[in-house]
Design a protein around this ligand. Structure first.
Ligand code: 16G
Ligand code: MG
Length: 555
């Protein structure tokens, strides 16, 4: 790099000195730590984002959030040109950059990397980075660090998009790079217009059924999602939403609220109680990229019926399969286009959901935990639906299939206007505009769930009856070194330490419908245990025995 560039980095470096003795790694969700430790990391990720933009000749996103973690934490992650996660191939560089202990080493690292990647540096090209942050109080200062990081690369410009949900920023990056309108207002308009389009396409005989009438109550986790949902709701009609825990009433982010809490603890979030029994409720996480539904048990101490990511996936799969079969029946032979539909889950998907989807004749794929893996797999299909049980997921439509849908709807609008097949094609097109194509998005997810329930004429109870979850239990085990656990087959089999998998198998066979796996967490210093069996007692007992095994092998 030339002298101007070098002195620019060195000068800003001194304002963001790395904390002593802290080693961070770019995990499944970017860098995360106590916010007080992150200034230097975020500054460096600003540099990384600028380099990524120079390398890809595209707009890049930088999001400051720690999602469902406690309010004193924060984090930072990159959105790649297509709106997806940072290419895994750059993660080792992100780690090295964040941990470079001196300015000289930082400069050397950048020099080597820029050379290796053939990045045109020194102001030859321009770079543009969109910055977003959630509602955390530490976000503003960290945003400043990100701006300085971007500005320390000659030719790079940071654009502050303000307080956003994580999926909004990913959506904007994708839209910008596709040359589409990409403001926050455009996001709201795209979602609301495609939602209204789907409402208009509800079969008239179904829209009269009253199973889904009544409001939806949403727990906003005291984060950014509730605020944005209130804006979005004003643009819709045909949907009444009450937002609680919207952060405006002083509640603490993610404390006893939010999708992560509701899904893991299986209890009502703060602000909900037996008075809400029977009502359709949903919960977002702190940065609104996760969504779960639930209903409150009457007269009980906070127990809920959870309708998790697996069931959202099943609902989406049913709807899409229905539209595809209408099209295949009428259009399939004419157009000779059989769309491939693929389902992607992780080992955390409840076994009952996987069975249900397979019984529908759908192809179910398993990947390791982490959005990047699921997303990548789902992108292999014309329509790929992926969800983690924790509520992160979306539906991906391939460019070629969207092209086919556009051509087909156009043709049908002259040949058989108002026909079932035209409506089915229009529904799929609207769904592809509604559901975030960049990343799982609780806001677009809520709208798609709501309109499908109306389309089916279903209540949340009817939806929840699609299948019954097998009882399950999750535990975490503190071990000396969690990286000693190495897994394969989408984390379902332990290959190291030797003997552990065999011991797990020996336990699991003792239980009817038993299934169990262990994996090192990507976000916490623990090994996670998941167990499933035909009764809750059995699932608990299997999880406990396997947790003991983990402790014996690694404790
Ligand atoms: C991160 C992942 C999420 C995954 C979770 C697992 C992204 C954007 N987020 O939150 O997909 O389910 O980690 O956490 O990839 P764990 O590794 O601690 O179990
Ligand atoms: Mg999140």
């Amino acid at each position: 790099m030339n002298e101007q560039q070098q002195s620019l980095i060195l000068e800003s470096y001194s304002r963001f000195l790395p904390p002593q003795g802290v080693k961070l790694s770019y995990g499944t969700a970017g860098f995360r730590a106590d916010a007080s430790l992150l200034q230097s990391t975020v500054f460096r990720v600003g540099i990384l984002a600028a380099l990524r933009s120079l390398k890809t000749h595209s707009v890049i996103g930088l999001m400051i959030t720690a999602s469902h973690n406690k309010v004193s934490d924060n984090g930072v992650k990159i959105a790649d040109p297509n709106g997806g996660m940072l290419s895994q191939h750059w993660e080792p560089f992100a780690d090295a950059l964040a941990n470079a202990p001196s300015p000289q080493e930082l400069i050397q690292l950048i020099n080597e990397f820029v050379k290796k990647e053939g990045i045109q540096f020194d102001g030859v090209r321009s770079a543009e980075i969109l910055l977003g942050r959630d509602t955390r109080p530490s976000g503003e200062a960290l945003l400043e660090a990100a701006k300085q990081g971007v500005a320390s690369v000659v030719g790079a410009v940071a654009v502050d998009m303000g307080i956003l949900t994580t999926p909004q920023l990913h959506w904007m990056v994708r839209a910008r790079n596709k040359g589409m309108k990409a403001s926050e207002q455009d996001y709201f308009e795209e979602l609301s217009s495609s939602f209204r389009c789907l409402v208009d396409l509800i079969p008239s005989e179904r829209s009269k059924s009253d199973g889904t009438n009544g409001k939806l109550v949403v727990d906003g986790a005291n984060g950014v999602g509730g605020l944005k949902l209130k804006v979005l709701e004003k643009l819709l009609n045909g949907l009444v939403v009450e937002v609680r825990n919207s952060s405006e009433d002083g509640g603490i982010l993610n404390e006893g609220v939010g999708a992560d809490y509701v899904q893991k603890e299986k209890v009502v979030p703060h602000g909900f109680g037996s008075g809400d029994a029977g009502i359709r409720c949903a919960s977002l996480d702190g940065d609104a990229d996760r969504l779960v539904y639930f209903t409150v048990h009457p007269e009980s101490s906070g127990a809920i019926d959870l309708v998790d990511g697996d069931k959202i996936l099943s609902l989406f799969a049913l709807f899409i399969r229905e539209q595809l079969s209408i099209l295949n029946e009428k259009e399939g032979t004419k157009n000779n286009h059989q769309a491939s539909l693929g389902i992607v889950q992780t080992a955390y998907a409840n076994g009952a959901s996987t069975n249900y989807l397979k019984q529908l004749g759908l192809e179910v794929n398993l990947t390791p935990t982490g959005v990047k893996y699921l997303h990548e797999k789902a992108a292999e299909f014309d329509i790929g639906i992926y969800f983690e049980a924790n509520g992160h997921g979306t539906v991906l439509f391939s460019e070629s299939f969207i092209g086919w849908l556009e051509a087909t709807t156009k043709e049908l609008s002259t040949r058989s206007k108002g026909s079932d097949e035209e409506k089915a094609a229009l529904r799929l097109l609207a769904a592809s505009r509604l559901i975030n194509q960049a990343v799982g998005d609780a806001l677009s997810g809520v709208l798609l769930v709501e309109v499908i329930l109306q389309h089916m004429g279903w209540s949340i109870h009817r939806w929840n009856e699609l299948y019954h979850d097998l009882p399950s239990r999750q535990l975490k085990v503190k071990v000396a070194d969690r990286t000693a656990v190495i897994t394969t087959n989408a984390e379902t089999v332990v290959v190291s330490p030797p003997g552990l998998q065999e011991a797990i198998n020996n336990e699991t066979v003792k239980y009817s419908q038993g299934r169990c796996f262990v994996r090192p967490s990507g976000t916490e210093d623990v090994v996670r245990v998941y167990a499933e069996a035909s009764s809750q007692e059995a699932a608990d007992s299997l999880a406990n025995s396997v947790a003991k095994l983990v402790d014996q092998f690694l404790g």
